[in-house]
Each structure stands twice: as C-alpha cells, then as structure tokens.
Write a protein that binds this ligand. Structure first.
Ligand code: GH3
Ligand code: MG
Ligand code: MG
Ligand code: MG
Length: 305
C-alpha cells in the first residue's frame, strides 16, 4: 500500500507543488488548506494516514495549533504515532523549536527540495516501521502471557480480567450473563490409570471440544488443574441449563482417544447467573463453586444450576 500523506498549506501553488513531488515519489495525498480542515481530515482519515506535511503560517488556526489539537486527540484516543513534518519559509530558531514543541517530528525550509523531502519521509517511515514491530511483538507477548500453553485457552489471570469486563457490561446494560465452573470428574484416576501425558491430552481435547461449541461472544479459561471457567455472554436464564448440559454431553458422549487407549471422561458443572447486582467477581466465583460442589456431592457428570 502506498503511503498516504495529508498535505496542509493555505497557498494553492505550494500545495500543488507538494502534491506533484509526492505523486512522483509514489505517495497518495489528501489535502487541507487551513488548520481546521487539517483537523477535520485527520479525524476522518486517522485510521489510514501515514504522515502529515504541515505549513506553519496559515490564517485562523496556524500549523502549530492544528498539530497541538491533533496530538491531543491522538493522546485521548490512544492512537498510534503519526509523523508530522512542518514546512516553513522561516529559518528562525524560535520557529524550529516551536514546531517540535507543538508536536512536530521535523521541520523543513521552503522552498522544499524533492530530494530532501523524500529523504526525510524515508526517515519517518523507518521510525514508523520500528514502532509497528514493537507494537506487534508486545501484542504477541501479551497473547502468550494470557494463554494457557497446554490447552490454548485463556489462563486464569486473563479469564478473571474478562470476567470483570463481562460483569461491568452486565451492570451497565442489564444484559444477564452466566458463569460456570467446570471440573473433570475423578481426573486423578485418569492420570493414575493412563499416565500424565494421557491426562494432558484429555485436558487439551476437552478444551477443544468446548471451544468449538462456544459462541464467539462466550469465553472459556483454565482456572487451574482440571478446572475451567465458562462465561455465557447475554444469555436468557431459561437457556442456561440447556447450554451447559450440552457441554456436559459433548465431554461425556465420546471417550478421548490417546495412543490407542479410550479414556472415558465426565465433567461436573456448577452454574450461576449474574444480572448486575452489586456483587463482585469473588462472590460470583464462589457461588459457581458452591454449585460445582453440589454437583460433585450428588453424583458428578451433571449440571447444577
Ligand atoms: P473430582 O471428581 O472430585 O474433581 O476428583 P479429581 O480427581 O478430578 O480431583 P482432584 O482435585 O483430587 O484431582 C485433580 C487431579 O488433576 C490431580 C492432578 O494431578 C490432576 N492435574 C491437575 N493439573 C493437571 C495437568 O496439567 N495435567 C495432568 N495430566 N493432570 C493434572
Ligand atoms: Mg502558509
Ligand atoms: Mg476434578
Ligand atoms: Mg479440581
């Protein structure tokens, strides 16, 4: 994709000349002829803009003020860095300093040399690429830190963060949700009979079955050991039992096959609803846990709701 550049200048001939330079260099352009237009263009195109070339002297809102506003918006919206190069006929130290203080990344003297402009844009592109790589590797690290490596589902920390988020969604919009604790039955026996590797394979397979069955807006996480949490987002109270009983069956109806061995598996599921009362995550998890205990106490392989 060619870089998209916003060219801001109140002088038509300057703007045309810049556009000409830029199109020769293979860039696409957007235009603004004053500070306000620049801000408007930025608001409309901030998603796919790569660079702003900003004249300093303009009536009403000058280039410095326009860039200050743009930087403020970016900060409020937590947007990515967008390079800004100021263009001005003034060689005054105060203007050069002012440009950087206003949020500019570089300052070029008019008349603009196509060669210098192209070199400066290359420098900005390099920094933008570097930042993008950093953001990407941060995202990858975050992903790694929030995922349980054996099963590929959310780990406890990340599940609890999502639970917080779901609960505030429910509080704000009054959309009920369900939370379940889901624990494999007699899993110690599985390990003792088939070995720890087989136990690991069961955990991975069970997570996969549930993940396949979940709706996109629902969430599964591994809370620890052979215990999982499941959140149903925006669910009718009448449907809750049906959904979780389906998950129970998905686990129980076929044994997990590992290295030729057929391993029968069942799970107990303790469920609780949340409709937005002043209750915290800990209280909710505790209620689901109590239902889970009841399921274990009364025979396992069942949903208690
Ligand atoms: P219950 O029906 O009451 O839940 O019985 P249980 O045997 O499932 O419960 P218990 O808490 O006594 O045992 C849990 C077992 O899960 C013991 C532990 O070794 C096993 N386990 C926990 N994490 C893992 C894991 O990552 N891999 C394997 N293979 N086993 C695990
Ligand atoms: Mg001007
Ligand atoms: Mg268990
Ligand atoms: Mg357990």
């Amino acid at each position: 994709m060619p870089m998209k550049v916003l060219v801001v200048d109140d002088t038509n001939t300057d703007r045309l000349l810049l556009k000409l330079h830029l199109s020769k260099l293979g860039y696409t352009t957007l235009e603004a002829s004053n500070g306000q237009e620049a801000i408007d263009q930025f608001l409309e195109h901030s998603q796919d803009l790569d660079l702003i070339l900003m004249d300093v002297q303009m009536p009403y809102i000058n280039g410095f003020d326009a860039v200050r506003s743009i930087r403020k918006i970016q900060e409020q919206q937590n947007q990515e860095w967008l390079p800004v190069i100021f263009l001005s006929a003034s060689a005054e130290d105060d203007d050069i300093e002012g440009a950087i203080l206003a949020g500019g990344d570089d300052y070029l003297m008019k008349p603009i040399s196509q060669k210098v402009l192209s070199a400066k844009m290359l420098a900005m592109q390099r920094i933008a690429d570097m930042r993008r790589r950093l953001v990407d590797s941060n995202l990858a690290l975050e992903q790694l830190a929030s995922t349980d490596h054996l099963t590929g589902v959310a780990n406890r920390r990340s599940f609890e963060l999502m639970l917080d988020r779901e609960m505030s969604f429910t509080r704000r919009y009054g959309v009920p949700m369900a939370l379940a604790m889901f624990d494999l039955d007699k899993f110690k026996v599985v390990n003792d009979t088939f070995g720890h590797d087989a136990g690991d394979a069961v955990l991975a397979e069970v997570s996969k079955r549930i993940k396949m069955a979940l709706r996109d807006s629902d969430i599964i996480g591994r809370l620890g050991g052979e215990e999982f949490g499941i959140i149903l987002h925006n669910v009718k109270e009448d449907d809750v039992f049906k959904v979780f009983d389906r998950y129970r069956k998905i686990v129980a109806e076929h044994p997990v096959v590992h290295e030729g061995a057929e391993i029968p598996i069942t799970a107990s599921i303790g469920v609780t609803m949340y409709a937005g009362k002043l209750e915290d995550k800990v209280a909710l998890l505790k209620r689901a846990d109590q239902s889970l205990y009841e399921a274990k106490d009364t025979g396992r392989n069942k949903v208690i709701y």
